[in-house]
Write a protein that binds this ligand. Sequence first.
Ligand code: 5GP
Length: 206
Amino acid sequence: MMTERGLLIVLSGPSGVGKGTVREAVFKDPETSFDYSISMTTRLPREGEQDGVDYYFRSREVFEQAIKDGKMLEYAEYVGNYYGTPLEYVEEKLAAGVDIFLEIEVQGAMQVRKAMPEGIFIFLTPPDLSELKNRIIGRGTESMEVVEERMETAKKEIEMMASYDYAVVNDVVANAVQKIKGIVETEHLKTERVIHRYKKMLEGLQ
Ligand code: 5GP
């Protein structure tokens, strides 16, 4: 029996759009069965975060060595820290037929697109800019200047939407999850993926 390669699902979008929240909701949903690729980062753990669960928390030296050794599928520098996806785990799981889910920022997503164009690239978008601004302000402590700076970054990131396969609006988290599930289900039915299942029947037609 041939093993169908797993799907690589990449969820990305501008900062502040709620990628983390949507990702958590996707994983909590009883109908999904993805494997999450745990990222490596040089930022410090936040309260309650665990090494090897939320991230692999590593030093800059270790991270830079991993880049040099070709061990990262992608990486980006975001607000002064490195974030990246270790390649080996993703490769192993895909080969074993497991669907892998990445939740990463936009620079990294574009690198994955180059390295693994067969991936499914989903852009999570805010309904509009004022909504995004409210979310960035809602996070709390940032000064208005920082909020404006983040908004400028977010605008540039939103321009990247056209490079993705799908755009999902994050108006209500449950709706976004529903749409992501629909995309994955549909992608699994692509004839190029499943035609081998029907080989016998197709041969019998002749
Ligand atoms: P946080 O520090 O809030 O956990 O994450 C900051 C940003 O880094 C988020 O936008 C998140 O999606 C992104 N991120 C997390 N892991 C990765 C990764 O492995 N690669 C890239 N490129 N971005 C990541």
